[in-house]
Structure formats: structure tokens, C-alpha cells
Design a protein around this ligand. Structure first.
Ligand code: AKG
Length: 264
């Protein structure tokens, strides 16, 4: 199967972001992708100051447009994430749609990004956001997929749980930064891929130095062997990556570390 990583440039204009997402999903479909993945907070600059203003209830404009993108292009769309408002609380939420535009998965980030690195990046999502209640998997014609959002990638026990639930590929809309990106982004994706013997797909926004938060970019796919199949730079770009799902069983057979053992 083919997965498109849409490393989109996010602006402060929500409508412009939605139009750009539509163009990129269309491009992904034209390029033969089965699934298009948008970045974390793709309709809103990544900044606590913007989350409340850009937040939408489930079923709102962005949700509807994502569903249409999927249906019009007959492609799976993992709608990165957006700020969602529910009962006066704001969540960092990802919606996934199937080729008919039906919702397949709805997930709100479990582990909020609250860090304070000495001399480097500080961020406190919990100033505006509320955590969700746990990651899960969704079924596609290719098999089971898992999904987490950005900071979630640091919590191996959660990914082990998705592997035990049968995930073959895990998708991570994420926006690392210029402190933790160079240090940990590729390392974490390769580690999760090797630990759980599955594909890890990370999709970041492009870097925009005009905003307070400078995304690392470097959207990538790591395979179950831990090899990086593709990695983008920091600018807006897309990659369409062929993912051979047979590789999951093959690596698990050759290096049987999972418990219980996964048989073909
Ligand atoms: O874990 C990191 O270093 C970055 C996480 C992040 O940017 C996020 O969760 O949005």
C-alpha cells in the first residue's frame, strides 16, 4: 500500500489551511496513495494562544471537509489533528475517514506536551488542553492501524498495547521542535518501530519561522527493521511511500521478541 505524508505549511488563516489540505490530499490521490496523512494541528498554528479560537466541535467545518476530501478522492484520510471543543474543554483531536468519507477513528491526545528543557524548548499544552483517554486501533482493507499524537510517541507501553491489539502500522501526526526534533524525532520513530516490529509514520507541519513554535519537519516512515524508508526536510513537501505490510510478519518471524509470539 502507499501512504502519503503531507508536510503542510500551516498558516494563521484556517480557510487557507483547509484549502491547502484539500490540494495536498488531491495530489496524494493523483500520485496513487491509498492513505493521506496530515500533520498535528493542521488547521491552526501550534500555539496555546490559538487553540481556543480555532477549536471546533466534532462534526464541524474541518471534520466535514476532511470527510469530503476522503470521499472525493476515494482515499483514507488521517486528518492530522485539530483543536476540538467538547463541553467547554479543548482537546487535541485526530479524525480518520475511510474511502467513502465515513469516520473510522476519533482520538484525542493522551499525553499532553508539557516540557521545559534547560536553555531550549518550553511548552505547556495543559494550559489550554485536556487529555484524551487512551490510544486505539482502526481497521482498514490493509489491516489494523494504530494512532497517537506527537508527545504520545515517547510512551512505549502505549505502543506495545497497540501492537498487542494487532496494529501493523502506527500513524503519528506530530510537531516536534528545534530542541527535541534533532535529538529525538528519528530516534523515537525507529525505536518504536523496532520495539514493536511495525511501521511508524510521523507527519509534521513544515517549519515557519514567523510563528513562535518552530516545527522540526522531517516527516518520515520507519519500517519494522528500524530502517528509515523516507524522511523529508523542513519545507512544505509531500512523500508517497510504498509500505510492504508483509514485512511485519517477516521481521517478527526472523526476530521473535513479541509476547505472545506473532505467527504468520
Ligand atoms: O516530545 C516532543 O519533544 C515534542 C512533542 C510535541 O511537540 C507535541 O506533543 O506537540
Amino acid at each position: 500500500m502507499k501512504i502519503a505524508l503531507l508536510q503542510m505549511m500551516v498558516t494563521a488563516d484556517k480557510e487557507k489551511n483547509l484549502k491547502r489540505a484539500e490540494e495536498l490530499v488531491n495530489k496524494a490521490a493523483q500520485g496513487g496513495a491509498d492513505m493521506a496523512v496530515l500533520p498535528e494541528m493542521f488547521n491552526c498554528p501550534y500555539d496555546n494562544a490559538y487553540f481556543p479560537e480555532y477549536a471546533e466541535p466534532k462534526g464541524g467545518e474541518t471534520y466535514r471537509r476532511l470527510s469530503e476530501m476522503a470521499k472525493e478522492n476515494a482515499i483514507y484520510v488521517v486528518g492530522g489533528s485539530i483543536p476540538q471543543i467538547k463541553e467547554n474543554k479543548i482537546y487535541n483531536t485526530s479524525y480518520t475517514f475511510d474511502r467513502q468519507g465515513n469516520e473510522l477513528h476519533d482520538y484525542s491526545k493522551t499525553h499532553l506536551f508539557d516540557i521545559q528543557v534547560d536553555g531550549g524548548q518550553a511548552f505547556k499544552e495543559s494550559d489550554t488542553l485536556t487529555p484524551g483517554n487512551g490510544m486505539g486501533v482502526f481497521q482498514t482493507e490493509f489491516g489494523l492501524f494504530g494512532l497517537g499524537i506527537c508527545f504520545d510517541v515517547r510512551f512505549q507501553s502505549d505502543w506495545e498495547m497497540l501492537q498487542k491489539q494487532g496494529a501493523l502500522v502506527c500513524i503519528v501526526p506530530g510537531a516536534f521542535n528545534m530542541t527535541t526534533g534533532p535529538a529525538h524525532w528519528e530516534l523515537l520513530f525507529r525505536a518504536r518501530a523496532v520495539d514493536n516490529q511495525l511501521f511508524m509514520v510521523g507527519v509534521s507541519p513544515a517549519r515557519d519561522l514567523d510563528f513562535s513554535y518552530h516545527a522540526y519537519g522531517h516527516s518520515l516512515v520507519a519500517d519494522p527493521w528500524g530502517s528509515v524508508l523516507t524522511q523529508l526536510g523542513f519545507e512544505e513537501d509531500i512523500a508517497i511511500v510504498s509500505v510492504d505490510l508483509e514485512r511485519v510478519a517477516s521481521v517478527r518471524r526472523q526476530i521473535p521478541i513479541l509476547s505472545p509470539p506473532v505467527m504468520e
